[in-house]
Design a protein. Sequence first.
Length: 276
Amino acid sequence: MAHDPTTAFERNRTLWDDRVAVHRRDATGFYEVEDFLAGKDILGPIEAAEVGDVRGLRVAHLQCHFGMDSICLARRGAIVTGLDFSPLAIAEARELARETGTDVQFVEGNVYEARALLEGAFDLVYTTWGTITWLPDVTAWAQVVASLLKPGGSLYFVDGHPMMQCLEMIDGQIVLRFDWRTPIDRPIVESSGTSYTGDKVAHLESHEWIHPMSDMLNAFIGAGLRLDWIREHTRLAWPYFPNMHRDEEGMYRLTEGHPRLPLALSLKATKERARG
Ligand SMILES: C[S@@+](CC[C@H](N)C(=O)[O-])C[C@H]1O[C@@H](n2cnc3c(N)ncnc32)[C@H](O)[C@@H]1O
């Protein structure tokens, strides 16, 4: 990376440590923790439809938060390692794996150090909803993803659309707020007293980056990842704009009649096999 983002990582880790207990308590029901503990597969409808059959696959789940998706992937038959840089998230993830009797390995560490921290090569790198916005350098991230994959292994990614991240809603109107590309050394610094779950949280600083789609795609090309498909979606996993409504599958949409825009982006990219 061209710039040392240590301070941003430290501030973000404090913010995520703070959110773990609140999200695990799940007072708003956003995370469906009780249903999950009772055995429900809580993968969202987009990833559930797109990720495919994971039985027997070695999966690296990057930025796994407190591990519920990692455990759901393991329940589907994958051999899963979850990684997150929040020690409190990893502790809670291990506790949930114990409570649910699921065999998942959880590793504490920064995504950019994942190759050194995780053993062996993976069939699938899985990373969803609220991930690369916390990462300053998408080119370095793609290199890490590629380094984790076996030849022929794939990345599955779904997250908020970079176009949406430039926007915010003021008085019911969607307006342009942020530049479309955030410089590595000038992250967007904000502080909010409410988590995306609707829970009250401490006003801690977040440091985030918007990565244009072309930067992502060029990062994959540079890392030797071939794009299998890419899709845009008009719903997403959290209420980014204030007046969104929750659909029957728990996803958030703009109100009826509002001109639609892509709110989420999903893709699969595969590591090229060596030509010989
Ligand atoms: C929005 S959450 C991911 C949510 C997850 N998909 C879920 O549904 O629970 C973002 C996670 O990224 C982690 N994170 C942020 N920056 C990171 C970094 N540089 N390395 C590792 N983990 C990071 C945070 O600790 C947090 O758990």
